[in-house]
Write a protein that binds this ligand. Structure first.
Ligand code: AMP
Ligand code: MG
Length: 334
């Protein structure tokens, strides 16, 4: 069985093709770049996706060396994400499914991150830290569903790093902003005390961002020291909540995914925490950790094979689609 996955929840347009045996045939990505110094504009990103989606699908088919008639399943991201962007993927998925007369599966984006990580990381039942430009969640499987054990109360951690970097005037056309901040942090020498905000199992970054931005403005610290201190603080918060989820669920695997999962310092801190609990730690390679179509195609296969079908009237996008809303019938209950 061959599944095509369409991912368009934020700035990245991803078309992935994978077989039910797990052979990745194509992983095409195109990224909307906002004008210099600004964040993602949802309508402009959606316009980018609609201008590029036909070409991206064609490229993926070419990369996979298949024709559209050889596709058995069309999967797409139902949510969460930016409404205008999600709608472009959903329209393309409906159109393709009708054109080739093949079933359609609407998938939850964070669960797709978890499932592709479980597959490529060869993990059974991990506690997952999902950190990206649009999401920050600590997810683990419990009693038939993926539960969110902790999450951000306001902005995602990737967004916090991105806005800090922009406020600091950093830019680099070759790397994502989080990586640029990471490189600055490596040059930092001094830890500057900044707020550490955990409420219950949830984290909050917007106050920290305001605080660090004010420190930037008053010029009393270097960008390198502030980058270092910001990273150390927000990553320690994320590791603390992940550790508590690990202790509570008594699992023995930890995984990190999403764009921020590329960060070496974050991986180092998570690995150290996991090993102190005798748990295995796995970080994913960037090609499958950042938003991609392969993870959508893969979750589509898992869902389809366990009997799930999405009716066309259930293909409306859901900007706030929660992992808990999905009954996980493709895994043995634990
Ligand atoms: P995603 O939303 O999954 O596509 O990931 C994009 C986010 O990951 C953006 O906020 C990036 O700045 C961030 N990111 C990418 N590389 C790194 C890195 N090395 N360290 C921290 N954040 C990163
Ligand atoms: Mg994502």
């Amino acid at each position: 069985m061959i599944s095509i996955g369409i991912e368009s929840s934020a700035d990245k347009l991803g078309i992935g093709i994978i077989t039910n045996k797990g052979d990745i045939l194509a992983n095409v990505k195109k990224t909307y770049k906002p004008p210099h110094g600004s964040g993602i504009h949802p309508r402009e990103a959606a316009e980018f996706h609609s201008m590029n989606i036909a070409d991206a699908i064609g490229k993926a088919l070419k990369e996979a060396k298949i024709s559209s008639e050889m596709i058995d399943l069309v999967s797409f991201t139902k949510g969460p994400g930016l409404g205008p962007c999600l709608r472009v993927g959903a329209v393309a998925a409906r159109t393709l499914s009708l054109a080739i007369n093949k079933p359609l599966i609407a998938v939850n984006h964070p669960i797709a991150h978890v499932e592709i990580g479980r597959y490529v990381g060869n993990l059974e039942d991990p506690v997952v830290l999902y950190v990206s430009g649009g999401n920050t969640q600590i997810i683990a499987y419990s009693e038939g569903r993926y539960r969110v054990f902790g999450e951000t109360l306001d902005i995602p951690v990737g967004n916090c790093l991105d806005v800090f970097g922009r406020n600091a005037g950093l830019s680099d056309s070759k790397h994502p902003m989080g990586r640029v901040v990471e490189l600055e942090a490596l040059k930092g020498k001094k830890y500057i005390s900044i707020p550490y905000v955990i409420k219950g199992m949830d984290v909050s970054f917007s106050g920290i961002l305001t605080h660090v931005s004010k420190l930037l403005q008053n010029g009393s610290h270097t960008i390198q020291d502030l980058s270092f201190s910001l990273q150390e603080t927000v990553f320690a918060m994320l590791v603390e909540v992940t550790e508590r989820a690990l202790a509570h669920t008594k699992k023995n695997e930890v995984m990190v995914t999403g764009g921020v999962a590329s960060n070496n310092r974050l991986k180092e801190m998570l690995e150290c925490m996991a090993s102190s609990h005798d748990a295995r730690f796995k970080g994913l390679n960037a090609d499958l950790a950042i938003d991609n179509g392969v993870m959508i195609a893969w979750l589509g296969i898992l869902m389809f094979q366990s009997g799930i079908r999405t009716k066309i009237e259930d293909t409306l996008v859901d900007q706030h689609f929660r992992p808990e809303d999905v009954e996980v019938v493709w895994r043995e209950s634990a």
